[in-house]
Design a binder for this molecule. Sequence first.
Ligand SMILES: Nc1nc2c(ncn2[C@@H]2O[C@H](COP(=O)(O)OP(=O)(O)O)[C@@H](O)[C@H]2O)c(=O)[nH]1
Ligand SMILES: [Mg+2]
Length: 425
Amino acid sequence: MSKASEQFLRLLGAARERLVETRLTDTALTYCIAGLARMEEALRRPLRVVILGEYNSGKTSVADLLIGSGLLPTSVVSNTNMPVLMTYAETAAIHGITQAGARIRVDGDENDPLTDLSFRALQVALPLERLRTYQILDTPPSATPSSFVEEADIVIWCTVATRAWTESERALWSTLPQRCCRNAILVATHQDSLQSADEIEHVTKRLQSLTKGMFREVVLVAAENTPDGSEEEDIESGAKALRNGVESLAVEIADRRTQKAEKIVRRLARLTFHHLQSNQIRAEAAPVLADWESRSNVILEQLAIGIRTPPMAIEELLQAYAIYAEKLRPGVINGDSVPASTSSRALTTPVRWPSHNPAAQRLVTMLTSDLTALLRMLAGNAASLDPRYNDYQVARRIVLALADLDSAFAALARMLGSPSQEARA
Ligand SMILES: Nc1nc2c(ncn2[C@@H]2O[C@H](COP(=O)(O)OP(=O)(O)O)[C@@H](O)[C@H]2O)c(=O)[nH]1
Ligand SMILES: [Mg+2]
């Protein structure tokens, strides 16, 4: 997992725990907490490397090379007609997965021998750090490749270097969905059967040009004998190049996944923030809020009937917000009404106007809800005798930080072409 992913996971976990600690039973909050938990789970899920290829192309040997140090119980795994999933566990164990999906341990003393039961798959768990980042699925000879790539994050196609990339391989590969190519590595086994460094280079070049656009990388390996794990041997056998290839793909995928998750979390938190609006409002603040409501409604209506363009509506909303916020809490506009988040990636991602008008309108409506919720926060009491009120304040602050509104506003400012917040400061 990359640094950014780990950091984001910690942030999510801390926010979720603090929300749980408020003990509020608000539906919006419950929904938000569940959403955050699901997101953490999705981010923790190890990636899956699926090894495909024709009969005897070296799939099992490549799996062994990938995990290294001959840990794979090849006697069991090589002769099976089942897919074998290699996963991480603190202590090694082999389980059979029944047709119904149950897991039965098969490497204990009292258990039935492997062959007595008809399993759908085998799961080999090993105490190997690498398997925490990515699981490996070794597929059986009879496989229809497309049935295994559904859950694949990275695909390895094994071919034999001396007769690599045959017509039938090309045909099989073309049955896989296009998205497989983006995260696929072509591994040519039996590098040791090639005669010289020149021949190795020739085969590599030939495979690269034959499979252009289909794989991220071509790696040649000598996979027969498991290396003893020494650096030189790992370089010699191609194990190191293979692991590096898989690991750099894994980091890329994890980063993409984190970016997607960040986006979803920001949106979830933003909607939750809208829902957690306070009803306890200072007496003198009520008319100010009412004014804001009618002012913003007018702007939204004018946008809907086309009198205002989205940029005009946004400018007016922000100006109106500044005026009402200042009325509710003098000095707030020059201060920091929105907690500043320093390392937001949203600040560096490019912004584009939504190309469709309905999308632009949704953006403006979302902004209006943000501003209304912020104003209601300013219209509340600093603290209340009612403990639930204070719990809500805490919850609001947490989701507000997750919603990262300051980057959302900075993005809007960039869309409008005005100088960003830092430039004005
Ligand atoms: N010399 C050599 N033999 C290999 C290599 N890779 C696999 N083999 C052998 O080729 C045979 C088939 O390999 P295996 O990994 O079981 O292929 P699978 O059917 O695709 O899983 C086995 O006898 C392996 O020992 C390699 O890189 N060099
Ligand atoms: Mg095999």
